[in-house]
Design a protein around this ligand. Structure first.
Ligand SMILES: [Zn+2]
Ligand SMILES: [Zn+2]
Ligand SMILES: [Zn+2]
Ligand SMILES: [Zn+2]
Ligand SMILES: [Zn+2]
Ligand SMILES: [Zn+2]
Ligand SMILES: [Zn+2]
Length: 1754
């Protein structure tokens, strides 16, 4: 065995304790060379305290270190007893205005959406609650650890930077020098001791030698003891490390797990201690075992003294941060010590040295010194600035180290960048003084430089895991750049301009390397062999998107910068075009009399790239310029003349054409990588800096060109030029042998091109392109999203480009365009477009995907139809262009444009079926509409005398020139209007013609005609129209009303279905079956007289029941001798009613379930979906399922949501999880009818019945004893056999074989599942479990109804009603398939609780320890086994009644005994009546019998109230039970809520309304019983207070109370530590909603073994808390978790909603969440109704990935 074996911890040597801190410190105070003295002290003591063996003893070490090492340092620092000195320091200290609380993992953090300067500004919970932001719109997240509270940082908040606690008392206190509060002496000592201690710590932590110590620390004598240290890496898994350690150091798995956990947490751990050889050997094994695929685990053999000093060095750092916490002055001193440049060596400061060694340190050391930095350098404003400079100077080196290191960023010092760079003043200072922007970009470029192609562009290789990791690391630069740029400068200095532009220049270099990367060439002939890499480039683009946007924002904030940046960008853009380009042969284009020189370039043949960041940045800057005053007033000052418009549009146009060709299917052979690229190009994540900017570039270019030329270039690039140039194109496709593919391609390309023209002219909602604000832009986006369908807040957010402030901006506009609809019990809140906004809908909105477009079109057409409007979706009226873009409108009146329209229309007018599509027509109509809109708008806004130059209408109505005699567009439209095959577009054409008329009139009017005439005409037309319209409107209103009612109805119905899914399925089923099933609700008896049991029981004649099998669809009557019909059902164990979750039965094999304890700790519940099958149909179905699953599991090793091996299956109709079936039985023969007729001797009273039944029991017992004693088969000598009792008679089983089989099946299932044992039909506990599960299920349903405040009868869903009926009849009949003597024996034992027998061998529980309802059910249901041998003519009903009365009296006694015996303050309502007096009498008797220890009570009224409230649940359960047992309908009053239920229940149950009279009428019999009940030891000890007992009524169980504010839970969870790993924060704190326990889920530390398997904390918890079923809240994820057994689980939406009515699973959105009581109630209902397992089943069926999930480790 290795040295890891526990050794005895050596006692602390006395000489160590004798050393006094004070003496040491006094010596130091005298010392001439303090450094030397202190080092000597450390050299001697440190190895004596730390690392004294294989198992470090942290408590000892801690104590000794404080005593011997830190103590003296504190003494020295204070110059007196530190206990006094430190208190003085604290007193003198002015508390800092910065909170600076460092966040732990999982701690909640808050940011204010209104006031935070950027999203990284956060508050801790304490500060948040005391701040003004509490009332603002805040955002809540959980910290990933690291980072600190920004409370008090004035630069972090636009307002309210301080919480109440951190509000400065004196103004200007921030600037005060903190040293003024310290004495000169103190300052001197602090400098000295800090300098030595800090240097010591840095020396030791950065020490790399394994066997030697720095000068001055070498011990005098050196032992031969070493450690084998194992270091953490991010490559090897937990499992690998554990496995390796077991091999290498011979430890147990448990120890290995503990080693691995520590290594993961602290970054290193000694795994072996001993001499050098011994340690070296372990190292070799570890390295050998882990070097196979990856680089080996890092292991070092280190001398114990080195390890000791390193451990103490960490302690010193912790000590330092503790000490500076006492005083701002000390903090300042430490910062100065740390930042001081050294004169020796390389002149770097201690802080520098630590930083530069960061990637070499282990995790634990890093964490400690990062924390020290945060609490010192970052908390002191002066030092923060100095530190920021050091950080920036070291930036390149730190980042390079980080990229090559394998630790996550959270463990890297580079992560501090967020703390520094996000402070605007620091960032600005670092940009101007340290040229930070340039540094970051350059470092970034250098790291990416390796990956370049021959043109110097980036070229990324195929991703491997390692590269992905590296690449991700490299991208952290982008994060830093983002921090630096996050707040725009409010003031520019020349220096800032200079440095920013320098950085901008470098950034352009970066973009230049991206321009044209990953070029593609169209694949013809065969498919590409390998998908080219594209993801890296796109992920780079995505990450840079924000940066590019931010840089533009910076530029926009200063005109000089903007113009200069524009110039720089243009230069680089021109350089990009100088590169080699394919196929540039000049050609001449001419059309409609316009001629143009261009180049021959074909996207379908030459290289094309989707990456054009330089062009796009340029177009972004162009738009910004367009917004400036210069552009409006002196455009000549802009460098516009240097632009070559055809050049500008070339590349963006290629991109657009590429997308069009991909849509047209021309690039199919290029595989998915291209499809993906095109997808992302348009996607909301990228489009802002890709697609959108390309469009702007086209707009910019086109605005500077002759529109005819622009359109010709477009035609040419779309490769459509020849088509439009050959007038007979349309006719050519008439022939049969047309190339259909080519035709379709061309059609799509034409559609795409028309769309592009629309966008170039029509997309004006970018500030700078059109005269709009950013708000208008956003509004339009939202309107168009909501035109598709109503959306939730989060969906809208997702559909908008990611911009930190977008969401806030969105809220401003959303109210104006949408109305909010609150969510129901499921689903989420939705925003619905306001009707008046629909007119802004543009079906060709450029951000719609094709799917969006068709959905939106359909939705809007439907809406218009509903509103009785026409079906035209005309283009909306557009805002005006900005001056720079104003000339774009001319496209709409250009010759080529009109030519294109006319050509397409001509194809349509001369239909030949092929050369045109409806989409083309739709687009052409849309374009015409746009042109007319434009003209109308210009006419309207033109002042009286100015001439409107825009004139589309003249060209519209004028016939074409060439080819000769082509009709005008107007003529063609008029023609088309009557075309039968264009029904859909008729309204649109009508709209166009109407608009044309209006515009024409406007033109005429402006030319001369008086206004009145047209107006008059208009009015006349109007009045005619009005009449028609009026009638139409009325008809429409009527129709709408009808439709609304219908819609409401179907809505209600759907809602109803959603809410009551299971019920609905049931109703369907019922509708089908209603014709055959006869319900038994036709008694002629008056309600008041309905009696459910006993000799006076109401007679019910059950009519025959016919049901249909869901499998074979055959009908069958339910009869005893027929084939069995069964209900699919599910048996499960349950703790839903439990009053004691800590108790589980440990030994299922020997557990005796005869009596249910009153805490109902664990019961068996049986439920059903209510679906009926033939037993044999079910059996063959189940066999088939079983066979199929076994084959499937063998073949595919997949799991199913149900466990066939355990008898589970899904209901064939509703897929409800089931594991057995309940047979349907006819109503039991009415006991009255069968028996009472022959015997009129009257009903025996209790005493005589009791006497007889006891006698019978005794006889049976004798027989059995003889039987077991194997005596002769005997006569009952000496026994007084009561007359008519024939123990030899074996009753004949009335049921068919098939029914008997099913009785056994269910009985065995209840036994197997309920007890968790192997099935055994013969086990005597089988009948007990059947009766028990019947009783438990009744109780569960009663409790649920009570909790829901629903009446007892008439409100159960049919499935539950059917289930209870079948279950009760089953339980009543099950004895017929059990051994008679077994049941008889059980009956005797049950009875002995009430009638104690003097038998020492049989010990019955006291009445305090039995649940009376269970007892009642068991007695009633086992009594027939005795009664069947009784031929005296006394009916079964008599027995039932007496049993019921007996149990009821016992229950009353039970209630009184356990009632809270203090007189309570309830006000007495009326004077004592009979009951009250009787209750008092009874109570006094109980006192007397139980040894007078019971408190005395004087108020009979109070006692009677106890009884009445205590007994109600029992009476309700009994009523349900007898109702189902005897089939007596329930009185109507019990089917609704009402005040008199107590009396009604008593009557229905054949009890006297004065319950207390039960005790009087048969007092001779009852009295002695009471005496014996109270006399037993258990009762005696209870009344003496020696034990507890359940009191009545038992409160219904509920799920735990949850706080309204979700952050309370997060906070609670962040305080929760793992119960197993000593104070560590749990990573996945999970709350059990049943008992309120917090668990450490999904983690190695808390795994336990359960039935031979490792399970996580949640699974383990379910076994004790919920019998295997659990319902949890995963706090960090805000997610409900359902678990059932080890393999079943699912997630479920949490009951917490944000203000938008949405849940936030995973807490990604961070909006404040509040408890939704209704949803929580629904969750609780699921649990109370035992539907958790069912819910999991449905979830798993719906989503197969849930099946394979590793639930058991949660
Ligand atoms: Zn705080
Ligand atoms: Zn604060
Ligand atoms: Zn705020
Ligand atoms: Zn069937
Ligand atoms: Zn079903
Ligand atoms: Zn629990
Ligand atoms: Zn744990």
């Amino acid at each position: 065995m290795a040295a890891t074996e526990t050794e005895d911890v050596p006692a602390i040597p006395k000489f160590l304790m004798d050393c006094s801190a004070k003496d040491v410190a006094l010596n130091w105070l005298q010392a001439t060379d303090l450094n030397k003295d202190m080092y000597q002290h450390l050299a001697y003591y440190v190895p004596k305290i730390y690392c004294r063996g294989s198992n470090p003893n942290p408590l000892h070490e801690e104590m000794l270190a404080q005593h011997l090492l830190l103590g003296p340092m504190e003494w020295y620092l204070c110059g007196e007893d530190p206990a006094v000195g430190i208190r003085k320091l604290e007193k003198a200290n002015k508390s800092s205005q910065l909170c600076g609380r460092v966040f732990k993992i999982g701690e909640p953090t808050y940011s204010c959406r209104d006031c935070a300067v950027d999203p990284t500004c956060v508050l801790c919970m304490e500060c948040f609650l005391a701040s003004m932001h509490r009332a603002h719109r805040y955002r809540m997240t959980t910290s990933g650890g690291g980072g600190f509270c920004d409370c008090g940082d004035t630069e972090a908040w636009k307002q309210g930077p301080y919480c109440l606690k951190h509000k400065p008392t004196v103004l200007g206190a921030m600037e005060e020098d903190p040293l003024v509060h310290l004495s000169e002496d103190m300052i001197g000592r602090a400098y000295e001791i800090f300098a030595i201690a800090f240097k010591y710590a840095v020396d030791m932590l950065t020490w790399v030698e394994e066997d030697r110590l720095p000068a001055g620390l070498e011990p005098l004598e050196k032992e031969d003891t070493y450690y084998c240290m194992l270091f953490n890496d991010e490559v090897h898994t937990y499992e690998q490390v554990i496995y390796t350690l077991q091999k290498a150091v011979n430890c147990t798995q448990k120890e290995a797990v503990s080693f691995a956990t520590t290594v993961d947490r602290d970054g290193r751990r000694s795994v072996r201690y001993g001499d050098f050889q011994f340690c070296e050997q372990a190292k070799t094994v570890i390295v050998r075992n882990t070097s196979r695929q990856t680089k080996p685990l890092k292991v070092q053999v280190m001398h114990s003294s080195v390890v000791a000093h390193q451990n103490f060095a960490i302690k010193v750092l912790i000590w330092l941060s503790q000490v500076i916490g006492y005083s701002g002055g000390l903090r300042r001193i430490l910062c100065e010590v740390g930042l001081q440049q050294r004169s020796d060596e390389d002149s770097s400061s201690l802080v520098d040295r630590l930083m530069l060694c960061d990637s070499k340190l282990w995790k634990g050391a890093r964490n400690i010194y990062h924390q020290l930095f945060m609490s010192s350098l970052l908390m002191d404003l002066k030092s923060k600035k100095l530190f920021a400079v050091r950080f920036a100077k070291n930036y390149e080196r730190l980042q390079t180290d980080y990229v090559n290191d394998d630790h996550d960023r959270e463990f890297s010092v580079t992560e501090l960048s967020v703390q520094i760079f996000t402070v605007p003043s620091l960032a600005r200072m670092l940009i101007t003084d340290e040229n930070l922007m340039t540094t970051i970009i350059q470092t970034f470029m250098e790291l990416l430089m390796r990956q370049r192609d021959s043109h110097g562009r980036f070229q990324f290789e195929r991703y491997t895991a390692v590269q992905t990791l590296k690449f991700r690391r490299v991208q952290s630069f982008i994060g830093d750049l983002k921090y630096v740029l996050v707040s725009k400068p409010t003031e520019w200095t020349d220096k800032l301009r200079e440095k920013f532009l320098e950085g901008f220049g470098v950034f352009l270099e970066l973009l230049k390397r991206m321009q044209g990367m990953d070029p593609v060439t169209r694949q013809v002939g065969q498919h590409i062999e390998m998908e080219p890499e594209w993801e890296a480039a796109f992920s780079l683009q995505m990450k840079l998107t924000h940066i590019i946007s931010m840089i533009q924002e910076w530029c926009a904030s200063d005109e000089r910068v903007l113009i200069e940046a524009y110039r720089k960008c243009l230069i680089v853009l021109l350089q990009c075009h100088n590169g080699p380009c394919d196929g540039e042969q000049p050609i001449t284009l001419s059309m409609c009399g316009h001629t143009l020189e261009s180049v021959q370039y074909r996207v379908s043949q030459h290289q094309v790239s989707i990456h054009l960041p330089v062009s796009r940045l340029f177009s972004g800057l162009h738009v910004l310029l367009s917004k400036t005053e210069v552009a409006y007033k002196f455009p000549e000052l802009l460098p516009l003349s240097e632009l070559s418009p055809p050049l500008l549009i070339e590349h963006p146009l290629h991109c657009m054409v590429l997308c069009a060709q991909v849509h047209a299917g021309m690039w199919r052979r290029n595989g998915f990588s291209l499809v993906n690229q095109v997808y992302y190009y348009h996607n909301v994540k990228c489009r802002v800096e890709m697609y959108d900017k390309d469009l702007i570039m086209l707009q910019a270019g086109a605005s500077m060109m002759d529109p005819n030329h622009f359109l010709m270039i477009m035609l040419c690039r779309f490769e459509l030029y020849h088509i439009f140039n050959s007038p007979d194109y349309g006719k050519r496709f008439n022939s049969e042998h047309t190339n259909k593919d080519a035709l379709q391609q061309n059609n799509t390309l034409i559609e795409e091109m028309l769309h592009l023209i629309m966008m170039v002219v029509g997309e004006r909602y970018t500030a700078g392109v059109g005269q709009v604000s950013a708000e208008d832009e956003l509004k339009r986006e939202i309107i168009h999203q909501l035109c598709i369908r109503p959306m939730a807040h989060s969906e809208l957010v997702k559909a908008l480009p990611e911009d930190e402030n977008k969401e806030t901006g969105m809220e401003k506009v959303i109210e104006s365009v949408a109305s909010f609809k609150k969510p129901g019990l499921t689903g989420r809140g939705l925003y619905e477009l306001k009707p008046e906004c629909a007119k802004e809908f543009n079906v060709f909105f450029y951000h719609y995907s094709r799917a969006d477009q068709s959905k939106a079109e359909e939705a809007q057409r439907k809406l218009r139809k509903q509103n009785g409007e026409d079906m035209a979706l005309p283009p909306p009226v557009l805002p005006h262009f900005c001056p720079l873009f104003a000339s774009l409108v001319n496209i709409l009146q250009s010759d080529v444009f009109v030519y294109i329209l006319r050509t397409v229309l001509q194809w349509i007018v001369e239909p030949n079926g092929h050369a045109w599509t409806e989409s083309m027509l739709q687009r052409v109509l849309h374009l015409i509409g746009m042109a007319l809109n434009e003209e109308k708008q210009q006419m309207e806004s033109a002042s009286a005398d100015s001439d409107v130059t825009f004139n589309f209408t003249s060209k519209f109505s004028c016939p074409g020139e060439a080819p000769e005699n082509t009709p005008s567009i107007l003529a063609m439209l008029e023609n088309l209007q009557n075309s039968p095959h264009l029904e859909v577009y008729k309204d649109m054409i009508k709209w166009i013609l109407k608009l044309f008329g209006i515009v024409k009139k406007m033109r005429e009017r402006s030319n001369s005609a008086p206004i009145v005439e047209t107006e008059g005409h208009g009015i006349e037309e109007c009045s005619r129209d009005k009449d028609k319209a009026d009638r139409k409107r009325k008809a429409e209103i009527a129709r709408l009303r009808r439709e609304k009612i219908l819609a409401q109805m179907s809505e209600m119905q759907r809602h109803f279905i959603d809410e009551n899914r299971e019920l609905f399925q049931q109703t369907l089923e019922e509708l089908e079956a209603s014709s055959s099933t006869v319900t038994d609700n036709s008694p002629i008896v008056p309600d008041a007289a309905l009696i459910a049991l006993g000799p006076r029981q109401t007679r019910v004649f059950e009519e025959k029941q016919v049901v249909t099998c869901i499998l074979c669809q055959e009908e069958q009557e339910i009869r005893m001798n027929n084939k069995a019909m069964v209900l699919a059902s599910f048996v499960q164990r349950s703790t839903v009613l439990s009053k004691n979750r800590t108790r589980t039965f440990q030994d299922p094999e020997n557990h005796d379930p005869l009596f249910m304890p009153p805490d109902l700790a664990c019961g068996t519940h049986i439920g059903s979906c209510g679906h009926i099958m033939h037993a044999h149909c079910w059996q063959s179905y189940f066999d088939a399922v079983q066979a199929k699953e076994q084959r499937r599991q063998q073949r595919l090793r997949v799991h199913t949501s149900y466990d066939v091996e355990n008898g589970e299956f899904l209901c064939p109709l509703c897929e409800c999880l089931s594991n057995t079936v309940i047979p349907l039985l006819p109503s039991p023969r009415n006991p009255l009818i069968s028996d009472s007729s022959k015997n009129n001797a009257g009903v025996p009273v209790l005493s005589s019945w009791l006497k007889r039944t006891l006698q019978q029991v005794k006889v049976l017992k004798k027989i059995q004893e003889k039987h077991t004693d194997n005596l002769s088969n005997t006569h009952l000598e000496g026994m007084e056999v009561s007359e008519g009792f024939q123990p030899d008679v074996k009753p004949k089983n009335p049921f068919s074989e098939s029914i008997k089989g099913m009785l056994t099946t269910l009985a065995t299932a209840a036994y197997k599942v309920g007890l968790k044992v192997h099935p055994n039909e013969q086990d005597p506990r089988v009948p007990m479990m059947c009766r028990g599960s019947c009783a438990y299920t009744v109780q569960a349903i009663e409790s649920f109804l009570a909790d829901e405040e629903k009446p007892l009868f008439g409100h159960l869903p049919c499935r539950q009603d059917d289930c209870l009926k079948a279950l009760t009849r089953f339980a009543a009949s099950q004895w017929t398939v059990s051994s008679l003597s077994v049941v008889q024996k059980q009956y005797a034992r049950l009875l002995s609780v009430l009638i104690p027998v003097d038998d020492k061998t049989q010990i019955s529980p006291s009445i305090l320890d039995v649940d009376m309802f269970h007892l009642l059910v068991s007695l009633v249901l086992s009594y027939p086994a005795l009664h069947c041998q009784d031929f005296t003519g006394v009916s079964l009903a008599v027995g039932h009644l007496h049993l019921f009365h007996l149990v009821t009296t016992a229950h009353i006694v039970q209630i009184l005994l356990t009632s809270s015996t203090e007189e309570n303050t309830m006000d007495q309502e009326n004077a004592d009546g009979d009951e009250e007096a009787a209750a008092l009498t009874l109570y006094d008797k109980l006192r007397q019998y139980s040894g007078s220890a019971l408190n005395s009570m004087t108020s009979g009224w109070h006692l009677w109230q106890y009884i009445k409230t205590g007994i109600i649940p029992y009476l309700r359960c009994s009523a349900l039970f007898f109702h189902y047992l005897n089939n007596v309908p329930a009185p109507v009053e019990l089917q609704e809520n009402g005040p008199h239920h107590f009396e009604l229940l008593c009557r229905y149950l054949s009890l006297p309304t004065n319950l207390m009279s039960l005790f009087k009428t048969e007092s001779d019999t009852i009295e002695p019983l009471i005496q014996r009940w109270c006399g037993v030891a258990e009762v005696q000890s209870f009344v003496k207070g020696e034990r507890t007992a359940i009191s009545y009524p038992r409160e219904p169980n509920k799920l735990i109370e949850l706080p309204d504010d979700y952050s309370c839970l997060i906070n609670r969870a962040s305080c929760f530590t793992c119960p197993k790993s000593g104070g560590d924060k749990s990573r996945a704190p999970t709350l059990c909603l049943v008992c309120g326990g917090m668990l450490c889920s999904q983690s190695y530390c808390c795994q336990t073994e359960l039935e031979g398997e490792d399970v996580g904390a949640c699974t383990a918890h379910t076994y004790t808390c919920g019998c295997g079923v659990g319902i949890f809240l995963r706090v960090r994820e805000s997610q409900i978790l359902f678990l059932a057994g080890k393999t079943k689980g699912c997630f479920y939406p949490p009951p917490y909603l944000d203000d938008y009515g949405e849940t936030d699973q995973g807490l990604r959105r961070g909006n404040p969440l509040h408890l939704c009581k209704e949803r929580y109630r629904k969750l609780q209902k699921l649990w109370q109704q035992h539907s958790i397992t069912e819910e999991i089943g449905h979830a798993q069926e719906a989503n197969q990935t849930l099946v394979g999930f590793d639930w058991q480790h949660l």
